[in-house]
Design a protein. Structure first.
Length: 511
């Protein structure tokens, strides 16, 4: 295999942090190299160095045996190196055509855009990738998955020799994931090379030829995928062996104490009914558009309902705002911790006390700095939050540690019901194991947990039961003995299982 990229002793430091430390590796023509490692391992920074966004402190890069030194991302793109980021860069108010060919539109006299040519060029490009989309359609009208696919196609339209994909599947459905992998394999056969950065180890074995592991900014190992197992990768990523990431499920659940009955929000979801036992972890599965997050927001009063009720400890609860939910011991941790969950530009200690401020007020209605600092120090230790100090701004922490701050903050209200929406999205393997431990310990104290997740192995590994939604309706319920990815996906697609495989429906168990 001909070599397309060679990196020699690349290093990059930021104030107080060595992000990439003396990293060397090669990439072959037509090769798919998976790049894995924990949060803070240096994966994304390495991608930014390769794509000209950051400039290395030391080291050299060779593209097709030519020494390169990119002064800007545009210089990297012109040379043949592109990168697709975790955060979308598309402009929602512009059309698909305008986004795909931004700054590269066909122009005529007086530099006016030749719209007919642009739309024709876009239509031809979309047909090449079997996408039936109107080139004139505004990007903001697309689903998140479609936007993610479009972001990748935008980078491909530059015909790069090397394309770096940073967590490209975070917003994709299973069908969109299959579509992406199919096209990556096609482009690979045409000579395009890929560096595929991911936290999802299952994807490594689905897509990659070789896997490279980083830890604490350093190169750890590189091996053909066929010669390594998932547990081996986990050990290299965290520097220790993790025997059972999900922990042991409890066999002694308490009585049913929380119910959602006939919850309806017209046009969004209909007749949603759930039940929860003390100490139980209930999974809520579904594809994009299942309306799981909408249901959770309505349960805690963030969105209004049209009908239905919430019952806690035998009493109907009137919840018309999140503050009502908090007072009743119902916590909701949103899937978007940065936008709707954490005050990222404030210190760790301020985030830890945010949901329970009244506990730290003195008789003069002043916040007690001594109480706050003592509490924050306890929680940082209890939840294994890696931070220089409690005064460090949350935005400076890794994704896994941000998520642990988020969870620790809400556990501070000692909730009876905990609703977590995608609790480990963008979190590395080591931090996942810590989060799962925290959830198991909370369930052991009698709290019930509702876990919304698109990660099927996570649901199967953590949950006692799984309820599946499709387009705003519950389509199935599975006990632990009945769990399988095939069954979950069948219900999530709105299909009925064959009679021999179908578990008893929730409605039959609870008329």
């Amino acid at each position: 295999m001909a070599q397309v990229l060679r990196v020699e002793q690349l290093s990059k430091s930021f104030p107080g942090v060595v992000a990439v430390n003396d990293v060397s590796f090669e990439l072959g023509e037509g090769e798919i190299l998976a790049l894995v490692g924990g949060n803070g391992a240096g994966k994304t920074t390495l991608g930014l160095l390769l794509s000209g966004i950051h400039h290395p402190d030391t080291g050299r890069m060779f593209l097709c045996d030519r020494l390169v030194d990119f002064a800007s991302p545009n210089a990297a793109i012109r040379a043949g190196v592109g990168m697709v980021f975790q955060e979308l860069s598309l402009v929602g108010g512009l059309s698909i055509s305008e986004n795909l060919f931004a700054n590269r539109q066909p122009v005529g006299r007086m530099s006016l855009i030749k719209w007919r040519d642009l739309y024709g060029q876009t239509a031809e490009f979309l047909r090449r990738f079997n996408l039936d989309l109107d080139p004139r359609r505004l990007v903001k009208t697309l689903s998140m998955g479609q936007q993610q696919i479009l972001e990748i196609l935008k980078a491909i339209s530059n015909n790069p020799k090397v394309l770096i994909l940073d967590e490209p599947t975070s917003s994709l459905t299973e069908s969109e994931l299959g579509y992406l992998f199919e096209n990556v394999h096609t482009l690979r056969t045409q000579g395009m090379s890929f560096i595929y950065i991911t936290h999802k180890l299952r994807e490594v074995f689905q897509i990659a030829d070789r896997v490279m592991v980083m830890r604490d900014g350093r190169y750890i190992a590189s091996t053909p995928v066929r010669q390594v197992m998932e547990q081996d990768l986990v050990g290299m990523m965290v520097g220790r062996e993790i025997v059972n990431m999900y922990g042991a499920a409890s066999n002694a659940l308490g009585p049913e104490y929380f119910r959602v009955e006939g919850l309806t929000k017209t046009g969004v979801f209909e007749n949603l009914s759930l039940r929860l036992r003390r100490g139980e972890i209930l999974g809520l599965a579904g594809l994009v558009g299942a309306r799981r997050s909408d249901a959770a927001r309505t349960i805690v009063g963030a969105d209004t309902k049209d009908s239905g009720r919430v019952v806690l400890n035998g009493r109907v609860q009137e919840i018309i705002s999140p503050a009502d939910a908090i007072r009743r011991g119902i916590a909701y941790l949103t899937e978007d911790r940065k936008e709707g969950g954490l005050f990222v530009n404030m210190p760790v200690r301020d985030n830890l006390i945010a949901p329970s401020l009244r506990r730290f007020v003195s008789r003069l209605d002043l916040l007690s700095s001594r109480k706050i600092e003592h509490y924050a120090s306890e929680k940082i230790q209890e939840y294994s939050i890696v931070t220089p100090s409690s005064a460090t701004k949350v935005i400076k922490l890794s994704g896994g540690n941000q998520q642990k701050v988020f969870i620790a903050a809400w556990m501070g209200i000692h909730p009876e019901v905990i609703i977590l929406d995608e609790p480990t999205r963008g979190v590395d393997v080591g931090a996942r194991a810590e989060i799962y431990r925290i959830l198991r310990e909370s369930a052991a104290t009698g709290a019930g947990i509702i876990m919304i997740s698109s990660d099927l192995p996570e649901l199967i590994g953590m949950c006692d039961r799984i309820v599946v939604m499709h387009q705003g309706r519950i389509t199935g319920e599975l006990t632990r003995e009945e769990f399988s990815e095939e069954r979950i996906l069948t219900y999530a697609a709105g299909l009925a299982l064959p009679a021999a495989q179908a578990p008893r429906a929730a409605a039959e168990e609870h008329p």
